[in-house]
Design a protein around this ligand. Structure first.
Ligand code: ARG
Length: 462
């Protein structure tokens, strides 16, 4: 059977060549978008009197039958028909006869495929945004339980200053808030209609592009037909926002992996999100966190893949652009899967408060506090830094921490030290006093929690 576009051909390609060129293997995922786009298109054709109302009704009935078959999983796709668009058109003609051939009036596969992608990505971006919210909620709930749980804060992975564990978790809440914002903003460009741009130059038929756009729920139409069929920025943008989102997840995964190690023992993953070893009976591996960290690589790969595919393309459509799909589908699945697992991991992990607080008590992360103490009493900060540095050295030499040093040691270092330093050096005090806006002080953390709950539109358990 010859191709739907076979008129000017005298011989057909061999099957293995068809196979190479076909996209049906993956673009069948767009089946519902393609049908939805066709229904809107034919409705518009009738409204503009390009086909009759009766013709449009018959075509829509045929499309609805195909939709039902697709839902039931009984629609058979063939490589000979190349892609989802030709497969559906062929099946429509088989279903309702030659009238089905009128569906493609004033339309090309080039604006059709772009329309499908815009519809698909609008829908999936919204799903992913909700999944981001679920992770933010898991973080917020866990944070709420740990406002006063202290954990060493690190720079260079060396203990720096103690922080509230809630503050640490909420740092990720805000990263995800930016990710949510990026996805939301991208919808302005994703939810646009290229339909009616034709192959590249528009069409001679008196179509109404605004009507089909409206029927499909798009916020507007592309201004330029060449741009409409050639633009894949909206996918690049999605892949880019997804890459940043995965980068954030991956960073917290790295921390979860470190924290669940024997060396840290700050958290324990729930059994549901860990696996054992086939040889070492004692092992409990944070596989899911590792896998999300790993999958971040493929999402970056999909972004770079598409950017590279697009970089040398002349206007307008080129077959290269068929390569836009697999990376997009893969990213949607990867991001959705990762977010779902991630929320579960955060919700169910056990926080080992005692180990965290022991870690905070047994280090020098309160040293800044001592320097600030002297600076508050008038000593230039740089000098205070030096004095405290010497005290740290004294303590290290005596195998002690700052709280173990005697008052004489302090007095010898500076006459400004009074007995209140023992209170000042307590980790809880250290954290509580970092009360600048956005700091780790408990009052600030509670304010941040309130803001988080407002953003989530949820009510705190307090
Ligand atoms: N399968 C094609 C793609 O995904 C659809 C558009 C084909 N257009 C064409 N003129 N060959 O890009």
């Amino acid at each position: 059977m010859s191709k739907l576009w076979g008129g000017r051909f005298t011989k057909s390609a061999e099957e293995w060549v068809d196979e190479f060129g076909a996209s049906i293997g993956f673009d069948k995922q767009l089946v519902f978008e393609d049908i939805e786009g066709s229904i809107a298109h034919v409705t518009m054709l009738a409204a503009c009197e390009i086909v009759t109302k009766e013709e449009a009704e018959q075509i829509k009935a045929g499309l609805n039958t195909l939709r039902k078959k697709a839902e039931a999983g009984t629609l058979a796709f063939s490589v000979a028909e190349e892609d989802i668009h030709l497969n559906l058109e062929k099946q429509l003609i088989d279903e309702i006869g030659p009238l089905g051939g009128k569906l493609h009036t004033g339309r090309s596969r080039n604006d059709q495929v772009a329309t499908d992608m815009h519809l698909y990505l609008t829908k999936e971006t919204k799903v992913i945004m909700e999944a981001v919210r679920a992770v933010q909620e898991a973080l917020t709930k866990q944070a709420e339980l740990h406002v006063e749980t202290l954990i060493p804060g690190y720079t260079h992975l060396q203990r720096a200053q103690p922080v509230s564990f809630a503050h640490h978790l909420l740092a990720y809440f805000w990263m995800l808030e930016r990710d949510y914002g990026r996805l939301k903003d991208s919808l302005k460009r994703v939810n646009m209609s290229p339909l009616g741009a034709g192959a590249l130059a528009g069409t001679t038929f008196p179509i109404d592009r605004n009507l089909s756009a409206e029927l499909l729920g798009f916020d507007g139409i592309y201004e330029n037909s060449l741009d409409a069929v050639s633009d894949r920025d909206f996918i690049v943008e999605f892949l880019s926002a997804s890459s940043t989102l995965m980068m954030h997840l991956s960073r917290l995964c790295e921390e979860l992996i470190l924290w669940s190690s024997q060396e840290f023992q700050f958290i324990e993953m729930d059994d549901a999100f860990a696996t054992g070893s086939s040889i070492m009976p004692q092992k409990k591996n944070p596989d899911m966190a590792e896998l999300i960290r790993g999958k971040t690589g493929r999402v970056y790969g999909n972004l770079f893949g598409l950017l590279t595919t697009l970089k040398g393309l002349p206007l307008a459509y080129n077959k290269d652009m068929q390569e836009d799909k697999e990376g997009m589908f893969d990213t949607v699945q990867t991001v959705k899967g990762s977010l779902r697992i991630f929320a579960g991991m955060i919700e169910t992990m056990t926080v080992k408060q005692e180990t965290m607080e022991k870690a905070v008590a047994q280090d020098f992360s309160n040293a800044t506090e001592l320097a600030d103490y002297l600076a508050t009493k008038g000593m230039p900060f740089r000098e205070a830094h030096e004095v405290v540095g010497k005290l740290v050295l004294t303590a290290i030499q005596q195998d002690m921490f700052l709280l173990d040093l005697k008052m004489e040691d302090y007095k010898q270092a500076s006459y400004l030290f009074e007995t209140d330093i023992y209170e000042v050096l307590q980790p809880k005090t250290v954290v509580a006093r970092r009360n600048s806006a956005g700091g780790t002080g408990f009052t600030q953390v509670k304010k941040a929690l309130d803001k988080a709950y407002v953003i989530l539109g949820a009510v705190s358990k307090k």
